[in-house]
Write a protein of this length. Structure first.
Length: 283
């Protein structure tokens, strides 16, 4: 039907198995007006979810009533939108079990649309309170926390694996970190960044790397680093089998600074006795 198409298009719903009714109402919930849509989710299942019997005819699987779910699917003009969705239930005539139609709009046993969850994740990128996100998207604080944890688990590096060859270094990141310098380490083979740690202090990094499984840390063969002395003890403690490689850039930089220091000392000693040589060294 035409109105189903336009509603799906307006709300960004891609599941064509959801058929909307023309009825639209308003309900006041928790001192806030909600726009309420009505629809039905139905389709012909390919097989039974329990026993796996292929659905070839009405002798295999039949419709068996509906189950009503109230879903939070977003906002229109800053007004929360609810979808009262009748989900088709099916009965398998072979194993006598029942199951309910599913949709990509929401996860199983969940009443908050995946679009709303994605919006929460996008909002978490900005510096704002969870209370503000909760009020803006009409969800509970627990929902915001669950999305935050799920995003954190997705972004967190795997603790059971480390590359055999690592590179580590420190850099100045942002003002609101706990240490003066932050720490970065990466795969030395493909130059892929593994993680960034906000503090480069030895105790902080030791606690961080000890979260990795021992087998993962024993796999590390080499660690390429600068000439920051505390890293040596850290590497020996966290990666017992790793050999330390000093980055050639830091070696050249250190030699250049040492030679420049000697040049300035020599230049200053010739300032009054040999002005011609002084000017040559100054250049």
């Amino acid at each position: 039907m035409a109105h189903s198409y336009f509603i799906r298009k307006t709300l960004g719903i891609k599941d064509k198995n959801i058929h909307f009714e023309e009825q639209v109402t308003e309900e006041r919930i928790n001192d806030q007006n909600h726009l309420v849509l009505y629809g039905k989710l139905t389709y012909t299942p390919k097989a039974c979810e329990k026993c796996g019997t292929v659905n070839r005819s009405s002798a295999d699987i039949v419709k068996n009533g509906t189950k009503l779910s109230t879903l939070k699917i977003g906002q229109i003009n800053f007004q929360p939108v609810l979808l009262k969705l009748k989900k088709q239930r099916f009965l398998c005539k072979h194993c006598r079990s029942t199951f309910t139609a599913e949709t990509s709009l929401v996860d199983r046993h969940c009443f908050i649309s995946n679009f709303v969850k994605s919006t929460i994740a996008m909002e978490l990128r900005h510096e704002q309170s969870m209370k503000l996100i909760r009020e803006h998207l009409n969800v509970s604080s627990n929902t915001v926390i669950r999305v935050l944890r799920k995003v954190g688990e997705t972004l967190a590096p795997e603790r059971h694996y480390l590359s055999s060859h690592l590179c580590i270094d420190e850099f100045k990141s942002v003002k609101n970190v706990s240490g003066a310098m932050s720490f970065i380490f990466m795969n030395a083979v493909n130059h892929e960044v593994i993680d960034i740690v906000e503090n480069r202090q030895q105790n902080y990094l030791s606690d961080y790397f000890m979260r990795y499984l021992l087998n993962a840390r024993l796999r590390v063969k080499t660690v390429t680093m600068g000439m920051y002395l505390p890293y040596i003890g850290l590497i020996k403690a966290c990666f017992p089998k790793a050999n330390i490689i000093i980055d050639r850039f830091h070696i050249v930089q250190h030699l250049n600074r040492a030679l420049n220091h000697v040049r300035i000392q020599t230049m200053n000693s010739l300032c009054y006795t040999r002005p011609r040589d002084y000017r040559k060294l100054k250049k």
